[in-house]
Design a protein around this ligand. Structure first.
Ligand SMILES: Nc1ncnc2c1ncn2[C@@H]1O[C@H](COP(=O)(O)OP(=O)(O)OP(=O)(O)O)[C@@H](O)[C@H]1O
Ligand code: SF4
Ligand SMILES: [Mg+2]
Length: 363
């Protein structure tokens, strides 16, 4: 078992013989931040797998640990003053290499080439005072021993690929000379310049208008097809999930409460929180005012996580399982079917009945 050490490094490094066959495998990942108010358990025992050529969508409300998970995979969690004392444990295997216990320099070498990330805010990934083209050139030359000229040609080609008009000219623009959508495209060009095998897109389109959103998602999909990359897509938009994900992972309070193939998550969801999320999904066949029914109540504190099932203070079905079980025993993920898992004390009969009789007819 890997334990949290005081320095935040993982104790008891896994041996290469533990290497999984999946391209990306996260095992019992914990990312905790000591703060003046207490230990913030942003990610608290997360496990999942992802194969090349597939898209995993991570969904869950604000503060559920989606971005912290992505940053941990990328090895970026320690950057910045707030992440200084981060405590991290578990295992992250990328293409046979374990990253939690790895030397940060080794992880840095993988960034760009093996894994890249698209952030919600392009300005967080770009330097405001350097020309866009130069930033893409630098990103390329970190991993390729080529002249600036060759790299510039590659940068122009990438800008063209992401739909920037007149890329030969725009390559010399500064980030502030681009519109929000164009900056997002340029950041995607930068993230994809080395054909990363793993792309993590964290709310890549939230700030953009609907047309540009659709174009950017198409772009991610096309590039994924072309290079067979694995994609982790974090989004609040379940419409996007339905369209492009192969698998879905639902996070609540730093843990996975349900995961499985996209069709099963939409057609036979097993967890009351997932039902709540689906109820809040926009529907094109209804008026806007009917669309969003947010899950009632507040997200859980990550310092004083509710006992038992962390969702119990908000769950309309918390009294159905016998005794005090939902308030005292934390439900573990149980296999529902194939790759479908859910963490809830309700019996299968109760879940099926509630979903088919109470929830599904209202969606
Ligand atoms: N460096 C840090 N120090 C302390 N707490 C942190 C730190 N980074 C993140 N957190 C906390 O961890 C929790 C999870 O944050 P995270 O950014 O992963 O949420 P998220 O699911 O991405 O939410 P959103 O949908 O709003 O982007 C939040 O409560 C956040 O305040
Ligand atoms: S374990 Fe209980 S409280 Fe938690 S989701 Fe299931 S029914 Fe609701
Ligand atoms: Mg986030």
């Amino acid at each position: 078992m890997t334990e949290l050490s005081k320095t935040g490094a993982a104790v008891g490094e896994p041996s290469p013989s533990d290497a999984p066959s999946a391209f990306l495998e996260v095992r019992d990942l914990k990312v905790h931040f000591p703060t003046d108010d207490g230990l913030v358990k942003s990610v608290d025992g997360l496990s999942f797998q992802l194969e090349k050529g597939k898209t995993l969508s991570i969904v869950g409300e604000s503060g559920s640990g989606k971005s912290v998970t992505s940053l941990a995979i990328m090895g970026l969690h320690r950057l910045g003053a707030r992440g200084k004392n981060v405590q991290m444990s578990g295992e992250i295997w990328l293409d046979g290499k374990e990253l939690v216990g790895a030397d940060p320099d080794e992880v840095r070498k993988l960034r760009g080439r093996e894994m890249a990330m698209i952030f919600q805010d392009p300005l967080s990934a770009m330097h405001p005072y350097y020309r866009i083209g130069n930033q893409i050139v630098e990103a390329y030359r970190v991993h390729h021993d080529v002249s600036k000229k060759v790299a510039r040609t590659r940068a122009i080609e990438m800008l063209d690929r992401v739909g920037i008009p007149e890329p030969g000219k725009r390559v010399d623009s500064y980030p502030h000379e681009f519109s929000g959508g164009m900056r997002q495209r340029a950041m995607i060009a930068m993230a994809l310049v080395n054909n990363p095998e793993l792309l993590i897109a964290d709310e890549p389109t939230t700030a953009l208008d609907v047309t540009v959103q659709a174009q950017i998602l198409d772009l991610i999909r096309d590039l994924q097809k072309e290079f067979g990359s694995a994609v982790v897509l974090i989004t609040h938009d379940l419409g996007v999930v339905a369209e492009i994900a192969d698998d879905v992972l639902v996070m609540y309070g730093g843990r996975c409460v349900e995961r499985g193939p996209v069709d099963e998550i939409f057609e036979q969801p097993q967890h009351p929180y997932t039902w709540g999320l689906l109820g809040s999904m926009p529907r094109i066949d209804r008026e806007t005012s009917d669309r969003l029914i947010p899950v009632k109540g507040q997200p859980p504190s990550l310092i004083n996580v509710p006992s038992g099932c962390a969702f119990h203070p908000r769950c309309p079905y918390a009294d159905i399982p016998k005794g005090d079980v939902t308030r005292t025993v934390r439900p573990e993920l149980q296999q529902v079917d194939g790759g479908h898992f859910s963490a809830c004390h309700l019996s299968q009969e109760d879940r099926t009945r509630i979903w088919t009789e109470e929830i599904a007819p209202k969606l």
